[in-house]
Design a protein around this ligand. Structure first.
Ligand SMILES: [Zn+2]
Length: 238
């Protein structure tokens, strides 16, 4: 089990940690700032800094398949595994420029949910683009959505998360906007993301602290993926 520091503070760029195990092509730490691929958001990349000053590149973080609750920090195929051993103290440091792009795009997908009141049936967030699929038949307009995003960014809405009980979630089924990603259950509590006056939904991803921090994000494309799906693609303005 890895303590996931990014869940309570998405602005953490590094942390001290101890190597718990090696395997599955990567390293498991007792705590981490690396967000593992999930909920449509790409996993973080970065480095492990060793006590002797050497660095080990992490290509991407994933959820461990063999150890439920553990975050796996994937190593490059040619990484020198002999540098690492269980019990070793390291500093885990994410590629912040890449993660901040994930956070800006991810928060924008919440704004889109407020602008397009239809269920979401797919989502992908990378450092270069993001896309959100809506279960709907009506056409969407690129310029209208871009203007809507710009307005919500300019209004500088605070973004924060809090935990609610599963019972509270069950009593408010409208909180679950996504058809493809259900909030993780069994922990007794669910993390919800709230953008003041704009959007409220369960989400475990990383977000900026205020919509103003998103900056210039535009809708680059709208695609009709199927009779019942409209895909909105986001990019950073040049
Ligand atoms: Zn989110």
């Amino acid at each position: 089990m890895t303590e996931e520091l990014f869940r309570d503070d998405a602005t953490l760029r590094d942390c001290s940690a101890t190597v718990l195990a090696l395997g599955e092509g990567g390293v498991i730490l007792d705590r981490t700032v690396f967000y593992p691929l999930g909920g449509g958001q790409a996993g973080d990349a970065g480095e492990l800094l060793l006590a002797d000053g050497r660095r080990v590149a992490i290509t991407e973080a994933r959820k461990s398949k063999e150890r439920p609750g553990a975050v796996l920090h994937l190593l490059a195929p040619d990484a020198d595994l002999s540098l690492l051993a269980p019990g070793m103290a390291v500093t885990a440091q994410i590629d912040w420029a890449r993660r901040h792009r994930h956070m800006r795009f991810h928060t924008t997908t919440h704004l889109l949910c407020a602008l397009v009141p239809h269920p979401v049936d797919g989502c992908s967030i990378t450092a270069g683009y993001a896309r959100l699929d809506f279960h709907m038949v009506e056409p969407l307009d690129k310029e209208t959505l871009t203007a809507g995003i710009a307005r919500l960014v300019a209004e500088a809405h605070p973004v924060r998360h809090r935990w609610i009980s599963e019972a509270e979630l069950d009593a408010n089924p409208g909180l679950v906007r996504s058809m493809s990603v259900q909030p993780p259950r069994g922990l007794g509590r669910v993390r919800v993301l709230e953008i003041d006056g704009v959007d409220l939904q369960p989400c475990g991803g990383t977000h900026v602290a205020n919509t103003a921090e998103i900056g210039a994000v535009v809708v680059t494309k709208i695609e009709k993926k199927s009779a019942m799906t409209r895909r909105v693609v986001l990019g950073f303005a040049a």
